[in-house]
Design a protein around this ligand. Structure first.
Ligand code: AMP
Length: 119
């Protein structure tokens, strides 16, 4: 994908990010606009638009994203109290950046998963 994709540019080192963990295939960095005391984004370095495309195209890489997410959760001290791991996907899912990313959220009670305001 490359220059048009914000997260590919972070992988390439063209845009700064606060990286908390890097593996051969994945990168984890702090969200620029955190919604919880811990808010880390975990991405595959290779470009996939969303979690469905990733899971269908490279299940092993999807597993790498989960493994890195779990490692960051442990590093951040979240395993005891719990955390939320979330993939916003597509328009209804509220996805804004179309390079698949897991939101790892924790450090405080996160409340209900959704407000009950849907029709
Ligand atoms: P989503 O709505 O699921 O696509 O989430 C995109 C996330 O990327 C949001 O939580 C943004 O705050 C975050 N974000 C956008 N730009 C950056 C950036 N340069 N560095 C870190 N996080 C970012």
């Amino acid at each position: 994908m490359g220059s048009d994709c914000l997260f590919c540019r972070i992988v390439a080192g063209e845009i700064p990010a606060t990286v908390v963990r890097e593996t051969e295939t994945t990168l984890a960095f702090r969200d620029i606009d955190p919604k919880a005391p811990v808010h880390v984004l975990v991405i595959p370095k290779e470009h996939y638009a969303d979690v469905a495309t990733l899971a269908q195209g490279d299940p092993a890489l999807a597993a790498d994203v989960l493994a890195t997410s779990a490692a960051v959760a442990e590093d951040e001290g979240l395993l005891g109290d719990g955390f939320r791991l979330m993939f916003n996907t597509g328009g209804y899912g509220g996805q804004e950046v179309f390079h698949v990313h897991a939101h790892l959220l924790g450090g405080a009670p996160l409340g209900p998963m959704l407000a009950r305001n849907l029709a």
